[in-house]
Design a protein around this ligand. Sequence first.
Ligand code: NDP
Length: 286
Amino acid sequence: MPKNFLSELTGSFATPALENPTGVMMEAAYRDLGLDWRYINCEIQPDDLKNAVLGAKAMNWRGFNCSIPHKVSVISHLDDLGESARIIGAVNTVVNRDGKLIGENTDGRGFVESVKSSLELIKKRVVLFGAGGAARAVAVELALAGVANIIIVNRNQERGEELAKLVADNTSAGAEYHAWTKQYQIPAETDLVINVTSIGLFPNVDAELDIDTDFIKSSMVVADGIFNPPETRLIQTAKTKGCTTVNGLGMLVQQGAIAFEYWTEKTPSIEVMKAALSDALDITEK
Ligand code: NDP
């Protein structure tokens, strides 16, 4: 049997790519399973995206992630889309299936996976802050996972209303937009509160959501999409109220794990990925 020196290739196309730690957790998981796979973090300008995709196809890459600013524009270079990517209108993971490039979106499923052990989602009532790319993915996947209703709270009204309509038109969940009034009051019957805005993201770690914290009840599960730092102000406040909390590290690792499974058809170790990521980002969970 001749030796095989040909690694399988995966990677990421984004700009800026400098601070993207995904390769560290992916390669740790490849090594852990004894796979000779690589993850190449590429700095790709918008004008070069088409050639980058053609290059990946020519080199028989098994797949790649897309991040800012390519999640929407990559779609025109792909052969087909998975169901949730089609509804969300954005792709963060491309899978090479028998030479065809298929766009998937694992951001929202990653969030659903990360919250599932803390809350059974069927028929639950959700308040979601944000209406950007990640919020769209999270809202659509929560709806597909069976929540009853999602209230979208967003600073920009048009974007918020558009997301509520997207969920209501494409899934069986109810969805409505709430204007983000000063000291927003979370409805008492809410089961799950999620921040998918960039408020609190490093380096603005002291930034807080404009909400009346008296309306955070201990019965609510409170989650944050932000993973750097994992302990956002929102998570800290929710802990003092006695809530179960879910930080953004779980979402980051789980969306990567789902991409890993799409590419390799194997299940990675979440612990190995989480440890590699925490190490790379120099963060410790409290
Ligand atoms: P976008 O730029 O697409 O959206 C940003 C969102 O934040 C919008 O809803 C925007 O509101 C809101 N926002 C930003 N600043 C403020 C402010 N000062 N006051 C009120 N609202 C504000 O970003 P993404 O959706 O891609 O990312 C959002 C967050 O999710 C980021 O923090 C990112 O780190 C995190 N994320 C985490 C992932 C994970 O795996 N854990 C994966 C992907 C993202 P408006 O519409 O009014 O501008």
